[in-house]
Design a protein around this ligand. Structure first.
Ligand code: FES
Ligand code: FE2
Length: 435
């Protein structure tokens, strides 16, 4: 009898057949944490508007390591060159305790509950009890050894980069500068939403999805499914296969933008045979689709100089774990926090723009109800991601996906009948993971 095969080699050419073990192998997942999340990649940790005042902090995660996004004190002279935003690891330098348990808060300093080592907002160790021992008559008992210098025992400090209010951090000294990491193909689509704007925080929702973290990135690089899985999208024209659309990727194929322009409602030829299309479905409350075009939707077309482009939907995936959604008037970031091979948390931060009227804020909040676990898009992506993971587990190591809509290549396209963005992400993943 043959010994069971250990999944380690991706023995097919290209990236159009993704082996199921890429989503189920625990050893491989540990390597993903090291090479991807703690390696030379930038991870999103939040919006600067979430921590407006000195001492404000937010607890979040990169891979499975908890970090704190915090607003430090900055002198008036440094303000021009220092945004004051720090990211430090939530792990005490003494005996490794996760000292912070609050998801958000404001602090003058961070004090570890175990032995009260105290850290400044920038992660420097400020002091610790009994460092110089305890006096007993003329002698001193205990204390830290002579060569102990508090300067050498701060929290792990991450590199931080802030782009138009989006905060990214990395554990790696080797990650390239953030704008190079994102690349010139992606930047115009980030500028379109964020550049020169103040953001306002509208709220959060979270879901825990029983599937591999990469399946969520795949899902947002998959323009094939929205007009099929999501009844609502196809019926009310938010996403249909005949829409004007474009698939953009960075030079390395790891980040992407799905760009699309909404049709008005009603039946189009393309809905023939799409069983999720419900011609007679109407809304009791049509405020849900009270879409108001915004001036910033139109930009100079980065691909066609001299002409402009006005998408109604842009879904940006920034490897490894961020999705930025603009679906008509609803805006959100969605952060993927992995929890082992078969589970991740999906954290949505809904935001608006500081010059929004109260009506626009209401509209953004109402439209946010279209998406997410209790959204109208039905069915939610989290549900099919769970079914995918179940299918992979059931098949075992020999299986692979078939991801060849639009061919087996990894080029940008001007239509949505393609799985090219998924193939390009796995081509990059394969290279980084050396499988
Ligand atoms: Fe934090 Fe001891 S573990 S002070
Ligand atoms: Fe979807």
């Amino acid at each position: 009898m043959n010994a069971p095969q250990t999944p380690s080699r991706w023995d097919r050419p290209g990236s159009s057949r993704v082996p199921f073990w890429a989503d189920t192998d625990p050893q491989l997942y540990q390597q993903e944490l090291e090479k991807i999340f703690y390696g030379p990649h930038w991870s999103y940790v939040g919006l600067s508007t979430e921590i407006p005042h000195v001492g404000d902090y937010k607890l979040t995660q990169i891979g499975e390591r908890q970090v704190l996004l915090v607003r430090d004190r900055v002198g008036p002279r440094e303000r021009a060159t220092d945004h004051g935003i720090r990211v430090v690891e939530n792990r005490c330098a003494h005996r490794g305790v996760r000292f912070c348990q609050q998801p958000h808060g404001n602090a003058r300093s961070f004090v570890c509950p175990y032995h009260q080592w105290t850290y400044k907002l920038n992660g420097d160790l400020a002091g610790l009890p009994f460092k110089d021992g305890v006096k007993d008559g003329d002698c001193v008992n205990g204390g830290m050894p002579e060569g102990f210098d508090i300067k050498d025992h701060g929290l792990t400090k991450l590199r931080v980069a802030v782009l138009h209010g989006l905060v990214f951090a990395t554990f790696s000294a080797d990650a390239e500068p953030l704008e190079d990491y994102l690349g010139p193909q992606i930047m115009p689509w980030l500028d379109r939403i964020f550049k020169g704007r103040e953001l306002t925080l509208l709220g959060y929702n979270r879901q825990r999805i029983p599937g591999n973290w990469k399946l969520m990135m795949e899902n947002i690089k998959d323009p094939y499914h929205p007009g099929l899985l999501h009844t609502w999208f196809v019926t009310f024209g938010l996403w249909r296969a005949d829409q004007k659309s474009r698939m953009v990727m960075d030079g390395q194929g790891r980040h992407a933008v799905m760009i699309s322009r909404r049709n008005e409602g009603g039946q189009a030829a393309v809905t023939e045979g799409v069983t999720s299309f419900k011609a007679n479905m109407t809304l009791h409350d049509d405020r849900l689709l009270d879409v108001v075009p915004e001036p910033w939707w139109t930009i100079d077309d980065p691909a066609n100089p001299g002409s402009s482009i006005t998408p109604t939907v842009t879904m940006i995936t920034l490897f490894p774990g961020l999705i930025i959604q603009q679906q008509v008037n609803s805006l959100s970031t969605r952060q993927i926090v992995p929890r082992g091979t078969g589970e991740f948390d999906f954290v949505w931060t809904h935001f608006g723009l500081s010059d929004d009227t109260p009506e626009m804020t209401q509209r953004r909040l109402r439209q946010a109800n279209l998406f997410g676990p209790a959204g109208f898009v039905s069915a939610d992506d989290g549900e099919v991601i769970e079914f995918s993971q179940d299918g992979f587990k059931q098949w075992g190591d020999g299986g692979a996906t078939l991801c060849e809509l639009g061919g087996t290549g990894t080029e940008a396209t001007e239509h949505m009948v393609t799985e090219t963005l998924i193939r390009s992400m796995y081509a990059y993943w394969k290279k980084v993971m050396a499988v």
